[in-house]
Design a protein around this ligand. Sequence first.
Ligand SMILES: [Zn+2]
Length: 149
Amino acid sequence: MVGPGEYICDVTEGITRVEDLPKPKLVQHSRNFKHRLCPDCQHSAYRLRICTRRLHDLGDPLGVRPCDLVITHSQHRCPKCNRYFNADMEDLAMPRSHYTHRVVALAVRLVVEDGLPYRSASWHLWRDHRVFVPWATIQNWVEATGEKS
Ligand SMILES: [Zn+2]
């Protein structure tokens, strides 16, 4: 019988190839619009095409699977200044980031508040939150935070 406090190793312990890890649960989001205002000149810009972006989020704490957001979003071209831009997604993640704000914030807290080394923080994020973040990426995030303060 397994009692409280008994050590049970993580089900993914020993897996060395990313493709062998549990497949992520996909959560759909939409940021798809016919028109958006150009961030440079405020002119109305029509939709040029529809794209998708994938973001790694915190996984289901009760399950073993990671969680990815799949964002269907519009890309626009401003007819006045010719700028190309995506529909705003900065409530979910920084531009060009592969991770949500929640993942970045938690990773930085593990290092800054809890004093975990980068490699331990990386393992903690996977074991307890089912999001795989290379430790060097966590280091970049923490160093970026340090530059701002
Ligand atoms: Zn413009």
